[in-house]
Design a protein around this ligand. Structure first.
Ligand SMILES: *[C@@H]1O[C@H](CO)[C@@H](O)[C@H](O)[C@H]1NC(C)=O
Ligand SMILES: *[C@@H]1O[C@H](CO)[C@@H](O)[C@H](O)[C@H]1NC(C)=O
Ligand SMILES: *[C@@H]1O[C@H](CO)[C@@H](O)[C@H](O)[C@H]1NC(C)=O
Length: 403
């Protein structure tokens, strides 16, 4: 066979294929014009998406229900409504009352193994649908001049010395490097049930002295930190909506406020508006070690955590704070507060960014006494009040000479 013969054959095949495609297109066109589709958009008679599978884990299942209630399709066109499945997404006892503050008294009917859960989980689930608690102490004046940076510190009533160390170091309110900085401390109520002394008189005195305490009437327990988060976001939307940036962290961290201000000063545009940075943990699984502080049983949550920034301290824009406040109303409380914030960010389509200046897992022992190390970082956890004072004076020493 000659090469020429091959070429002719190829040409023949291509022409045949072209012809077949032409026929196919023509047939389709006439079919459409003629009958089936004429005049009306095609509407499938049955729903064509997968029917959502209900999770066995109680948090996931209740969140599915919330997502269903807030599904924009269901809420917009009534014509779409009839195509959506799931009127019986949940058993009646699983239904969520989204506005009330009632205790969820029927949990053993809603999930397996409720009776054998550790008490703190029973307690959490019982109160999961309640998120309105009265404000006992307000710091109404903190944002009368909107701050560039609002420092928000989670603390417990008896931690007077930690708060004082923060006020006298990285959390000093006023003007720093030309920027307005404000600070608020977030508190719940300590109770005799947790064998904590009653310091409410001292707290009231402290509030009069510094006007920087926010206290709500809920039990200050680890599993209520998410409550602290959502109540703070609501407060911020009311009282401090014009703060440009927010740092939120624990009372046992050292924060290099100056280096944070430098970092923020260099931001602009989308980067500034969508800012959320910290010590980000990705693809984490719920901790299933029963003895761990972060333990969450399979009967409560199933799945992987979205990326989230460790709760020791993270930084975000005021705009993100307001978006978080909005979306948090559609996200069920979760027992671990930083994971909760990660879930909210994911719903907003935002991904928290890892910044190596945030050291929530501490720094190498050999740099612990090195002033220059702290000068280049943004946050180190954990540090007590004495160390916080010490490190702040190191990095503010004009004689300090770092490369
Ligand atoms: C609790 O669940 C049981 C059984 O599902 C039901 O009969 C009862 O009405 C429920 N009670 C409440 C307060 O919802
Ligand atoms: C959260 O606070 C409420 C209100 O004080 C309390 O009843 C509940 O026990 C607390 N939850 C946990 C898990 O401690
Ligand atoms: C939050 O929700 C309110 C009311 O639904 C809306 O007007 C506002 O624009 C939202 N804020 C942000 C930052 O998305």
């Amino acid at each position: 066979m000659t090469p020429n013969w091959n070429k002719t054959k190829l040409l023949g095949v291509m022409m045949t294929v072209n012809f077949l495609i032409y026929i196919l297109v023509e047939v389709t066109r006439s079919y459409r014009q003629g009958g089936l589709y004429a005049g009306h958009p095609y509407m499938p008679s049955r729903h064509f998406w997968k029917k959502p599978k209900l999770s066995k884990a109680i948090w996931n299942r209740k969140q599915q229900h919330l997502d269903h209630i807030h599904n924009p399709l269901i809420n917009s066109a009534s014509s779409v409504r009839r195509f959506l499945p799931l009127p019986d997404l949940l058993r009646p006892s699983d239904r969520l009352k989204t506005t009330s503050c009632e205790l969820d008294l029927n949990l053993s009917a809603q999930m397996d193994g409720y009776a054998s859960l550790p008490d703190r989980f029973k307690d959490f689930l019982l109160h999961m649908q309640c998120r309105s608690y009265p404000l006992l102490i307000d710091a109404a004046g903190v944002c009368s001049d909107p701050p560039f940076l609002l420092l928000v510190v989670k603390t417990l009533a008896p931690h007077f010395d930690r708060r004082q160390a923060i006020r006298q170091s990285w959390g000093r309110a006023g003007i720093l490097d030309g920027r307005r900085v404000a600070v608020v401390f977030l508190l719940g109520r300590t109770s005799a049930r947790d064998h904590l002394p009653d310091v409410s008189d001292l707290l009231r005195h402290e509030a009069r002295l510094h006007a920087d305490l926010l206290q709500w009437d809920f039990r200050d327990a680890f599993f209520n930190l998410t409550l602290k988060e959502v109540l703070f976001l609501e407060w911020m939307g009311e009282r401090c909506p014009l703060a440009r940036y927010v740092f939120k962290g624990d009372d046992d961290v050292f924060v290099n406020t100056r280096s944070i201000l430098r970092f923020l000063g260099r931001l602009s545009g989308d980067k500034a508006r969508d800012l959320f940075v910290g010590d980000v943990i990705s693809r984490a699984q719920p901790d299933r070690a029963v003895k761990s502080k972060y333990y969450v049983p399979e009967s409560i949550f199933a799945g992987v955590y979205p990326p989230y920034a460790g709760g020791g301290g993270y930084l975000y824009s005021g705009d993100v704070a307001l978006r978080l406040r909005n979306v948090s109303r559609r996200v069920l409380l979760y027992p671990i507060d930083d994971v909760y914030t990660g879930i909210c960010l994911q719903k907003l389509g935002l991904v928290p960014e890892k910044h190596k200046g945030f050291r929530t897992f501490n720094i190498d022992e050999k740099f612990k006494e090195d002033a220059c190390t702290y000068k280049s970082l943004m946050l180190v956890h954990p540090r007590g009040p004495r160390e916080v004072m010490q490190i702040w004076s190191w990095i503010n020493n004009p004689g300090l000479n770092c490369k």
